[in-house]
Design a protein around this ligand. Structure first.
Ligand code: C2O
Ligand code: CU
Ligand code: CU
Length: 493
């Protein structure tokens, strides 16, 4: 065991104990070995501002300014951060299925960056990947049609070799897409009241309150973990619930941590949506695992009037070795306390059916593409590859025909789990090691966790855009791995 891991483990234990005090309603202090301690009373959950853009000539226009900021995560302690229209993270962008949006992205930083619209089918030139660099002081204005259904997407930096760094500092935000079918279901949908974006992240703070990005070999190898959980940038948050049902739009916005989320009182909840939209029907469950980049919408019943804490439970080797044991523990900590108010406004009951989804079947599909995620070597010689290759900007790895359904067989020969993400599509999971996916993974997906020695088969199709020159990406969504080369490029023709 390395020193890095030992100190992390100790920190987590202390952090857990400290937050247990918070749950009892008291003030607490987060103490980490070797660091100054920050007094931090529980705080109301910050809700990112809702930003609907402005309609200009039938186009919904968003003005997004990427900027340096200073954020007070702990009272009286100033941390340098990055944000979009704010100091840390960005506003929640709301748009309707079927409309055209334009993003005016202005780069107020002293370095190049990009802004990627994660989860969208869109022209490669509008994708915001490593090829759509925005120079300092420049404005980039892609325009695209919103082809997705009601769902929770997100946006984040995708700058080559700097994604991990920039996202760690705060360059990410949530996108909510609405449509009429979803509206007709009577789901909780009042933003900030019973429909809440929940951006889950973890960070490490240094003695002076800074949130340094750790470039050590160890951190780069494992992916960067923090010991302080943040929700929408809030440390130790609580939310006052005023309705009997509450909808949480969960986003794992971490650089590297897999979270297995559950409530401290063991209550069950209903998953209603995956990355790309609503499931066919609500799925009752007591815990849900989200890897970096994945989203899930859940409905929590608060009508018992009891407080409950959403936490990430340790799921290290416990899940059949899925996480690869000591290499990739799920951090254990409390994220968010839900505090029901004295009287709750009754919500409409959850419908039995949510959406129609075609059955995902691989029958009759002959085109199979294989992707093997690989880690090899040690320390300075570590290599992060897909199919024996590291990401190269001027190499197209796959050329795919538009409108043709393919099976992508994604395997993992390393000892860590890797979340595999594909741009410009919402796919379906056919099977995992030959077994059908669990009910909560049977919806539209753009990111899927592939454990060591697992083979996951995906039903993939690119329906809308073609461009022989500009590529899209597929990659591991552990941002350190992506930056180190576990990424490839494809064009759709
Ligand atoms: Cu969320 Cu290629 O990214
Ligand atoms: Cu993406
Ligand atoms: Cu990875």
């Amino acid at each position: 065991m390395t020193r890095y891991n030992m100190s992390r483990r100790t920190a987590l234990k202390l952090g857990g104990a400290a937050i247990a005090v918070a749950a009892a309603g008291g003030y607490f202090t987060l103490v980490r070995p070797g660091y100054a301690s920050f007094p931090s009373p529980p705080k109301p959950l910050q809700i990112p501002p809702l930003y609907k853009g402005e309609m200009r000539d039938g186009v919904r226009v968003f003005d997004l300014g990427i900027q340096n900021g200073v954020t007070e995560f702990f009272d009286g302690m100033k941390t340098d951060t990055l944000g979009i229209n704010g100091s840390f993270l960005g506003p929640t962008l709301r748009m309707n299925a079927g409309e055209t949006v334009r993003m005016n992205v202005s780069n107020g930083l002293k370095e190049t960056t990009t802004l990627h619209w994660h989860g969208f089918n869109l022209p490669a030139s509008a994708d915001g990947g490593p090829h759509q660099v925005v120079e300092p002081g420049a404005v980039w204005s892609p325009e695209f049609e919103v082809r997705e259904k009601a769902s929770t997407m997100w946006y984040h930096s995708h700058q080559l070799h700097k994604t991990a760094d920039q996202v760690w500092a705060g360059m990410a935000g949530v996108i909510v897409i609405e449509d009429d079918e979803a509206k007709a279901l009577g789901l909780p949908e009042t933003y900030g009241v019973d429909d809440i974006p929940v951006v889950l992240q973890d960070r490490t703070f240094g003695p002076n309150g800074q949130m340094p990005y750790d470039r050590s070999m160890q951190a780069q190898m494992h992916g960067l973990f923090g010991d302080i959980p943040l929700v929408n940038g809030t440390v130790a948050p609580f939310f006052d619930v005023s309705t009997s049902l509450i909808r949480l739009r969960l986003l794992n916005g971490a650089n590297a941590s897999n979270y297995t989320l559950a409530f401290d009182d063991g209550r069950s909840f209903d998953q209603i949506g995956t990355d790309g939209g609503l499931l066919e029907a609500p799925v009752a469950m007591q815990s849900i695992r989200l890897s970096p980049g994945e989203r899930a919408e859940i409905i929590v019943d608060m009508s018992d009037g009891q407080r409950t804490i959403l936490r990430s439970v340790a799921a290290g080797g416990g899940h059949g070795g899925m996480m690869g044991g000591m290499m990739h523990d799920s951090p254990a900590f409390d994220f968010l306390e839900l505090r029901p108010m004295e009287t709750l406004t009754p919500s409409q009951p959850l419908p039995d059916r949510l959406a129609e989804l075609p059955t995902a079947s691989g029958e009759g599909i002959s085109k199979v593409r294989r992707f093997e995620m690989q880690m090899s070597g040690m320390a300075m010689f570590a290599k992060f590859q897909i199919n024996g290759k590291e990401m190269k900007m001027d190499r197209i790895d796959e050329v795919i025909e538009k409108g043709v359904t393919e099976i992508w067989e994604v395997s993992n020969s390393s000892v860590m789990a890797h979340p595999f993400h594909i741009h410009n599509t919402q796919f379906r999971i056919l099977d995992r090691n030959g077994m059908s996916p669990q009910a909560g993974e049977r919806g539209l997906k753009d990111t899927v966790l592939v454990g060591p020695r697992e083979v996951v088969r995906l039903l993939v199709r690119f329906d809308h855009y073609s461009d022989p020159d500009q590529p899209y990406m597929y990659h591991c969504h552990v941002l350190e791995h992506e930056d180190a080369g576990m990424m490839g490029q494809f064009t759709v023709v």
